[in-house]
Design a protein around this ligand. Structure first.
Ligand SMILES: NC(=O)c1ccc[n+]([C@@H]2O[C@H](COP(=O)([O-])OP(=O)(O)OC[C@H]3O[C@@H](n4cnc5c(N)ncnc54)[C@H](OP(=O)(O)O)[C@@H]3O)[C@@H](O)[C@H]2O)c1
Length: 210
């Protein structure tokens, strides 16, 4: 399975405000690119932190694609904290909530799969998705989930839109958070594939080296 990470960050590497509230970093050109990217994958994945902070729909907008493909939406949510009113549980696209095995929660409008003892095991999740025909997975954040995929060597590509702004703040979430590299050997190396001006921002595309 091909795993693509995508995110928008400020010029100082932040992906949200210090309060963790979402702020519009993508410009119109990048938004169109993201919706086209979503339309071309089988599934879009985020962590529960992103659901609680941003309440995203994770759909393809008809503003950009006249007949959207409705990729599967996936939430990593070990303890089942997705609110029943969450946008990700509404709309035409199907939703998969992935919890740990010790969580018994169910969600209206979503399928649930339980993988991992206390926390979702993303290796097992990728095996599960592959065996269910998912060939292209788009991971859209947040920082903790991005680091999990990078740290485990499970990401193939990363696209980063750099918006022309500084957010600042030592508490502002960054592109890859979690525990971070604990030694020089654990730093994730990238190979720059492409660099393109997109309106008033820049799009960087990297291969993640294994
Ligand atoms: N600019 C952008 O492109 C962009 C995109 C998305 C989000 N964001 C921002 O990112 C912030 C949220 O990021 P975040 O780091 O707090 O949360 P996150 O990465 O969205 O979600 C992290 C949570 O996912 C759950 N999870 C389950 N299994 C996991 C695993 N194997 N690896 C990692 N996480 C796992 C964990 O909670 P449990 O233990 O409860 O399962 C974990 O705390 C928000 O401020 C949002 O606005 C920005």
């Amino acid at each position: 399975m091909k795993v693509i990470l995508n995110c928008a960050m400020s010029a100082d590497g932040k992906i949200a405000l210090p309060t963790r509230r979402q702020t519009r970093i993508s410009n119109p050109e990048d938004l169109e690119r993201v919706h086209r990217l979503r339309n071309g994958v089988d599934a879009i994945l985020v962590g529960i932190g992103t659901i609680l902070a941003d309440d995203p729909k994770l759909t393809v907008s008809e503003k950009y694609i006249s007949e959207p493909s409705h990729p599967l939406r996936i939430v990593l949510d070990s303890k089942g904290r997705t609110p029943p009113s969450a946008e990700v549980l509404k709309g035409d696209a199907k939703t998969l909530i992935v919890t740990a095995e010790n969580c018994s929660k169910e969600f209206p409008g979503a399928k649930v799969v339980r993988l991992g003892e206390d926390r979702v095991d993303i290796h097992r999740l990728l095996d599960f998705l592959s065996s269910n025909g998912i060939k292209n997975l788009l991971v859209e954040g947040g920082g903790e989930v991005m680091w999990s995929f990078l740290n485990r060597g499970l990401a193939d590509e990363i696209s980063i839109f750099v918006g022309s702004m500084i957010i600042g703040g030592s508490d502002s979430p960054t592109l890859a958070s979690g525990e971070g590299a604990d030694s020089l050997d654990n730093i994730r190396r990238l190979a720059l594939k492409d660099c393109e001006r997109l309106g008033d921002g820049v799009l960087l595309r990297y291969e993640v080296l294994k």
